[in-house]
Design a protein around this ligand. Structure first.
Ligand SMILES: CC(C)(COP(=O)(O)OP(=O)(O)OC[C@H]1O[C@@H](n2cnc3c(N)ncnc32)[C@H](O)[C@@H]1OP(=O)(O)O)[C@@H](O)C(=O)NCCC(=O)NCCS
Length: 182
């Protein structure tokens, strides 16, 4: 059954958001931790359904040609899935971020996440379908993998990209350094 958004509440809480992502996202969380600790323009939003923890998202913004808000990690507690929690969480994050352009990446076999974002108006791109320049910048801006897919709303990859000190710093501090164990 779909949940009315009235029974959902959202709170900013980086620590709690990281805990939820750590429990329900099947993958390393060192990049999630790094972004929250090292990138001031990051946030963790926790969703509560009737007072119970239901899910969380980790998000940050970075300046390219336009300011882009990146939905970095999202996870919903299994018992609360398919009730619209992630949908409402993403809408809430968009409302808070007010960036105009929103992006997410995921593996191309993560159909749930792809469907989730596409239903919210995000367009899907494979890295092979965009220019090398745009790909290089966006991979840095999202700490993405070559085999991920990109979901974007509010602009297309070519018009959003720009080399910037902001994206270099983001990549160095929150992607490269954790990767090499620094
Ligand atoms: C992906 C995830 C966040 C979706 O959360 P959710 O609260 O269940 O999503 P919603 O209820 O808002 O679903 C919205 C739409 O997304 C799609 N969707 C969600 N889960 C799906 C699934 N398991 N299979 C297929 N489509 C799915 C559907 O189109 C759904 O609409 P519908 O229920 O009307 O058919 C959740 O499954 C999850 O936590 N997965 C593990 C973590 C993860 O992979 N995170 C993403 C990478 S960081």
């Amino acid at each position: 059954m779909r949940t009315s958004s009235r029974s959902l509440e959202f709170r900013e809480d980086k620590q709690k958001a990281l805990e939820i992502i750590g429990l329900y996202y099947k993958g390393p969380v060192k990049y999630a931790k790094a972004i929250l600790e090292r990138w001031p323009r990051s946030s963790g939003i926790v969703a509560y359904m009737n007072g119970e923890t239901a899910g969380a998202e980790i998000v940050y913004s970075v300046d390219l040609a336009l300011t882009v808000c990146v939905h970095y990690y999202i996870a919903v507690v299994p018992e609360h899935r398919r009730k619209g929690v992630a949908t409402q969480l993403i809408k809430k994050v968009e409302e808070i971020c007010k960036a105009g352009v929103y992006m997410a990446t995921t593996t191309d076999d993560n159909h749930a996440t792809i469907m989730l974002f596409m239903k919210l108006g995000y367009k899907l791109y494979r890295w092979s379908s965009i220019s090398k320049r745009a790909r290089n910048i966006l991979l840095k801006a999202t700490c993405g993998y070559d085999d991920d897919v990109l979901l974007i709303k509010g602009g297309n990859p070519e018009e959003v990209v720009k080399e910037s000190e902001d994206v270099e710093k983001l990549w160095r501090e929150t992607c490269l350094k954790p990767y090499i164990g620094l």
